[in-house]
Design a protein around this ligand. Structure first.
Ligand code: HEC
Length: 216
């Protein structure tokens, strides 16, 4: 069946308006229903109340509506037909909904994908980061769904990070950094040292299995 994975995602960020929330897979069919014109916008009551209401109302009233003594499904075409219709519609809508979603893209932002690092807020580069980069890349360099990727586990050295801060890269616009050359150095130093710590190269403690302290 089209049971799609809905991984636990990062903490909700009210400032991120580009993030599209998605219900768990067992609600996807109801969500998909709302994409049809007859059940959306001014008719949204049809999709949210009337159709689900009719469905559950019919289930509730089934013992009273269906008083026949016949037990064989083939002898009860209306009841059996409605049931099959309900099942087929639910499976179809779930499938349609799941097929729309870029699961790989979403998985990037799942809790498991979030790098586990201790952010050194005392580092002189942290403040520079907070002023220039945090709004997109997140307060722990974890990235922001639909906005910017994580900066932990990136392959760049300090020179390259300085270059990206000034000139941008891919979809990241140029001139995101403003400040002195010294601040730029501190910023790059901060990102590089956080990356080293994440890969276990950090000074002391961490090691490569420093993943117990996962509190953000
Ligand atoms: C307006 C939002 C925004 C701001 C502010 C921003 N970035 Fe980015 N950044 C992005 C996006 C989007 C990407 C992804 C670019 C791509 O791959 O197309 C990115 C990518 C990056 C990358 C490459 C990551 C990778 O995995 O390849 C680095 C390094 C980076 N940013 C550093 C910074 C630094 C340093 C700052 C602060 C000076 C900063 N960014 C500020 C949006 C932003």
């Amino acid at each position: 069946m089209a049971a799609a994975p809905s991984p636990l995602e990062q903490q909700a960020d009210p400032n991120n308006s580009s993030y599209i929330p998605l219900p768990d897979w067992y609600f996807l069919f109801l969500y998909e229903l709302l994409k049809y014109e007859f059940a959306a916008a001014e008719y949204v009551v049809i999709g949210t109340v009337i159709i689900p209401g009719l469905g559950f109302g019919a289930l509730l009233l089934a013992p009273f509506l269906d008083t026949g003594t016949e037990r064989r499904p083939s002898k009860r075409p209306i009841t059996t037909g409605l049931m099959l219709l309900g099942i087929i519609a639910t499976v179809w809508l779930t499938y349609k909904s799941a097929a729309h979603v870029d699961w790989e893209e979403r998985a990037k932002y799942s809790v498991e994908a979030v790098p586990d690092v201790e952010i050194d807020e005392e580092h002189p580069g942290y403040e520079v980061y907070a002023n220039n980069c945090l709004s997109c890349h997140g307060d722990s360099l974890q990235g922001n769904p639909g906005m910017a990727p994580t900066l932990v586990g990136i392959p760049y050295n300090a020179e390259q990070i300085k270059d990206i801060a000034k000139n941008g890269i891919g979809e990241m616009p140029a001139n995101q950094f403003s400040g002195t050359e010294e601040e730029l150095n501190q910023l790059a130093e901060f990102i590089v040292s956080t990356n080293k710590q994440a890969s276990g190269e950090g000074e002391g403690e961490g090691e490569s299995e420093g993943s117990e302290e996962g509190s953000h």
